[in-house]
Unconditional design. Structure first.
Length: 297
């Protein structure tokens, strides 16, 4: 099975979604992740303006079978303090699922949310409440809860917290999980020395089949720092070999891997930053798969 590797891409201008596909292809990617608009706000173009059919034709012509949509950061289902923030989150998540399905996405990645001082259990209860409300409607796109770094009052930094959300959602067949290598490291999961143990723990609580995407990032901070600062491949605490181990892992072969690494300064003009994705994808492809432990029969 070919490595499913891509990156975050933009969506703007007259090409809109078709431009996203063109950007992914320019990196040598065979999958990608996109926001339907700016992640910091709710301003969105209508579905009719997204140039979806042209994008689908480009994907079909170039062998891209799947892509992922990422929900905006402003969605905070865990907020039990401000009802207006919670209601906005529910309403906007509902519309983002409709938009994602119209684009042809099967997965919408969502940060579970922040409890803003009310405690993890309260945050989980609100997240479940919000997802139960949204899932009352029949949708064709699933929500993948992203593993978080645990900074501030983030919910979802442990597999146990994600499992608790699953337990509280009636239609949890609509849920999946997106692993993030930087977030795992910063949350205290030892990606470098014990990725097999991480997968075993995840499998025991949620099931490996629930992993629908993996965000590929090095981390600028050491294990358990709870910081969430992404680094380019091989330029952080994880190192290239640990990331390569994750990317090619047989248990995740069918799962899209998405680079979210920082843009880098141009060699000719330090004020200009450029995407590193073509080079990073090529490096991963050229490296090939490492050796993995033999699984017992």
């Amino acid at each position: 099975m070919d490595l499913k590797i891509g990156s975050h891409v933009g969506m703007s201008g007259k090409d809109m979604f078709a431009g996203s596909v063109k950007e992914a292809l320019s990196y040598g990617a065979n999958t990608f992740m996109v926001y339907t608009g700016a992640p910091q706000n709710t301003r969105r173009k209508s579905i009719e303006e997204l140039n979806i059919e042209e994008a689908k034709r480009l994907m079909a012509d170039n062998g891209i079978e799947e892509f992922i949509v990422h929900a905006p950061y402003i969605i905070n289902l865990a907020n039990a303090v401000k009802p207006e923030t919670y209601e906005l989150a529910v309403d906007f998540l509902r519309t983002e699922l409709v938009r994602s399905a119209a684009m042809g996405a099967k997965i919408l990645v969502l940060h579970p949310g922040s409890h803003v001082g009310e405690g993890v259990q309260t945050g989980i209860k609100k997240i479940c409440e919000g997802l139960n409300t949204v899932f009352e409607e029949d949708q064709h796109c699933m929500v993948a809860l992203e593993t978080m770094a645990g900074k501030g009052s983030e919910v979802g930094a442990t597999f146990e917290e994600l499992a608790a959300i699953y337990d509280g959602v009636a239609r949890n067949d609509r849920l999946r999980v997106c692993l993030d290598t930087c977030h795992l490291n910063d949350a205290g999961y030892d990606v470098v020395h014990d990725f097999e143990g991480i997968l075993k723990r995840f499998d025991s609580l949620l099931g490996i089949d629930q992993i629908a995407a993996v965000h590929i990032n090095d981390s600028k901070n050491p294990l358990g720092a709870h910081k969430d600062r992404h680094a380019n491949l091989g330029q952080g605490e994880l190192g290239f070999e640990a990331i390569r181990y994750v990317v090619y892992h047989p248990a995740l072969a069918a799962v899209p891997k998405i680079l979210e690494t920082p843009w880098i300064a141009s060699e000719t003009d330090p004020k200009v930053t450029l995407p590193p994705y073509r080079e990073e994808i090529e490096r991963l492809k050229n490296a090939g798969a490492p050796d993995y432990p033999t699984q017992p029969a």
